[in-house]
Design a protein around this ligand. Structure first.
Ligand SMILES: [Zn+2]
Length: 312
């Protein structure tokens, strides 16, 4: 197969690109995501038409935020995109576009991109953990995406790590993402800055002088400047992340973890404390650890992965 188009459909923006067999993006478009299902389908079809004007394309892969049915054609539910419930996205898009279409969950598509062409290239057993506002994930098992019985495997953010812990929007209490996500990092930084404002001088300056003004990227910036409160917030986050990775290793024993999402931009600030905890937990259990690497394709992972899935 020659060229394919990958489309990463997010809650605020849609990224579409023409991708070759080596995962190289030859042409790309970015569009705001419409509020409704009809409008979303329409702008995706228009983006594909525009890209096809200059390239011969053979198939289209769509990565969509939401629960995708095991048939890989239906969006069962998407809270953020087009108010999709039971949306027959593949059939609808094939009718609009006139090319074969595959549909995949966006996190799965991004993980596939990283395993095929990015941080985990060469590995066949990989768990991707996306540390953003929440925690997402995806599993590649034996060289294939593992979708689970209902199509929604690999959601580690909702493992309960603290009985009766912090309330999670999913309805449960004490979910991992309440302790190891970007939102948790901001909370750790705000709480510490409120408790010891003199130590958090750099962090507070970035947040307009108040703990409530501190946003996630400020914590990374302040930590890079050596702010002790920001560094402590990263240590707390990394410790929770490392513990969760150790639990995931106990179940999956992946060869590699790929850490993606906005917080992974912090690199060693996150990885060093995470690895310290991860390795110390595994050492106690006499187990070998996985390689832990930061995602390399950034925001392109979803479209590159979706385009490659369209070939398979
Ligand atoms: Zn939850």
């Amino acid at each position: 197969m020659g060229l394919t188009i990958g489309v990463d459909i997010g809650g605020t923006k849609i990224l579409a690109g023409v991708v070759d067999a080596d995962g190289v993006i030859l042409d790309r478009l970015k569009i705001a995501t419409p509020k409704d299902a009809d409008g979303t389908a329409q702008v995706i079809a228009e983006a594909v038409d525009t890209l096809r004007q200059n390239h011969v394309v053979e198939a289209v892969g769509l990565g969509a935020a939401g629960f995708i049915g095991a048939d890989r054609s239906t969006v069962l539910f998407s809270a953020n995109v087009g108010a999709w419930v039971g949306e027959p996205l593949r059939d609808r898009m094939e009718a609009l576009i006139g090319l074969p279409v595959v549909v995949e969950n966006d996190a799965n598509a991004a993980a596939w991109g990283e395993v095929r062409f990015g941080a985990a290239a060469g590995h066949t057993n990989v768990m991707c953990v996306t540390v953003g506002t929440g925690i997402g994930g995806a599993i590649v098992f034996g060289g294939e995406l593992y979708r689970g019985g209902g199509g929604i495997a690999g959601e580690p953010g909702h493992m309960r790590v603290v009985p009766n812990g912090i309330a999670c929007p999913c309805g449960n209490y004490g979910c991992w993402e309440q302790y190891a996500s970007g939102s948790a990092l901001t909370r750790y930084a705000r709480d510490r800055a409120a408790g010891m404002p003199e130590a958090a001088e750099k962090l507070l300056a970035l947040g307009n002088g108040t703990p409530a003004g501190i946003q996630g990227p400020h914590v990374t910036q302040a930590a890079l400047l050596g702010d002790p409160v920001a560094l402590a917030a990263f240590r707390e986050l990394g410790t929770w992340l490392g513990q969760g990775l150790a639990d995931l290793s106990a179940v999956l024993d992946p060869a590699a973890f790929v850490i993606g999402g906005g917080v992974s931009d912090a690199g060693d600030l996150l990885l060093v404390p995470a690895l310290e905890t991860y390795r110390s937990v595994l050492r106690r259990g006499h187990r070998l650890g996985a390689e832990v690497v930061v995602a390399t394709l950034g925001s392109d992972a979803g479209l590159v992965g979706a385009a490659d899935l369209a070939r398979h």
